[in-house]
Ligand binder design. Sequence first.
Ligand code: PGA
Length: 260
Amino acid sequence: MAEVIVLESAALAGEFVAAHIAERVGHQPRFTLGVATGSTPLPVYRALRQRADAGVDFSQMSAFALDEYVGLPAVHPESYRAVIDREVTVPLGLDPERVHVPDGSLAGIETAGDRYERALIAHGGVDLQLLGIGTTGHLGFNEPGSSFGSLTRVKTLTQRTRMDNARFFASLDDVPIHCVTQGLGTILRARHLVLLAFGDGKADAVAAAVEGPVTASMPGSAIQLHAHVTVVLDPAAASGLKYLDYYRWAQDNKPAWQGV
Ligand code: PGA
């Protein structure tokens, strides 16, 4: 079962996750962080940046992004390459050579998934994968119907996801239709999954992912197949959970030696 942790705000959740990452990097400077985009991971990046500014050294860390839009130039401010550079690579002082994002260029798109899988495997995989969850239940851009065994490949975004992401673009028409995303099978290879969600708009997806049936119709439910999952929520995102009282009880009575 996933461990569910409810904190009072997204900022506190970001602090909590950043503290854990910083501690891991302290022991293992060549830590590999799986990075996500969208609004959800921003409090984690903000809290990591404060640590970098205070002298924590992240320069040996590697990062692998979950996904990328197809056909946006890498310099487009909303390409995930640009977002990761802006939110992670530059503020944390990572070596750009160690930061990997799937290649969404149209030229060679047929092989983008395989190339990314090979890079991940050659590197030795991801130590901790940050995840958001879409209102459709997607992890990365694995929309409903994605196979739990899927690897990095081109997917078609749902209209719902395009509408959710239109806030980052001038208009809905500007939101790409295709993406390259790590598959659910790829994500499940990461050694630790940390799923974050904030706000009541995510409550249904969180409840279905954590407590609902394991089904390809709810890609987030793939987390139930992983041995080490931490779900970090604010009270609004946790509000649909049937066993919330138990999760809070477990959180309050957690043996200190267990760690995150
Ligand atoms: P959001 O997106 O963090 O912008 O809500 C989450 C997701 O689509 O996975």
